[in-house]
Design a protein around this ligand. Sequence first.
Ligand SMILES: [Zn+2]
Length: 272
Amino acid sequence: MHSRRKREIRIQADSFREKCKISRYGIIDLFKECDRLGYKLLRYPLGEAADLGFALLKDDDVIIFINTSIRLSREIFTLAHEIGHVILHINGEKSFIDNNSTIAGSNVDEKEQEANYFAACLLMPSEVVERFIDLELPDFEENGLSGMDIARMMSEFNVSYDVALNRLESLGKIDINQKTRLQTERTEKRVGNLLRSIGGNARLNAAGNEIVIPYEYIDYVIYNYNHNAVPRETLEKVLDYYQLTIEDISDRLVDFPSEDDDLDDLIGGLED
Ligand SMILES: [Zn+2]
């Protein structure tokens, strides 16, 4: 990637981050930021083998889908990557579908590299990583980083162990040997244990299996059902996502008696 393009992407990531609620170092809840910015965010557990996520523009709506069958830290990175596509690439009829090879592959095309760079800059801007090391890791110059330090960064920045390592490497904070040593430490001690040992956010390392579908999708499916565009089973299935049943929304359902019956009732009523 050309250095001028990298700078443009950093500017975009920076201006997105300025709109977000930040804790000491990391974005507190990137999912909520999507809502606030008017993106339609869907989260659903599609299974570990399925795609990680996609972004598309439909009419004027930005729709981002994220698979919640994967670890939360990876889900957050996927979301940051999709936001990158939305801000950098999406137009007219384009959509982006991402899986392991587009997000974590070593030989990905330019747009995937750009979305990954955007995600890294959004979640872990270089000056914030610098500040974290300065304020939180006083022994860094002498001793370098331990697996527990990486776990602390995970918790503060809401990223995975791998994302933290990759970012530290690309910022020149660790070299390939240190990275390999930290990867070995991760394998030996397990990320979940490292997170627990520092009182960090162990949720990051587990799949959330969350189901989040914008509420307006209920209106959409009820409308379609009322106009005979979808069968009752589809309505029930969608309601089930929201833990609702037909009875819960029965007041919004239109029955479809024949028009003649309606008219007879009405005329009958007037004559009386
Ligand atoms: Zn992508």
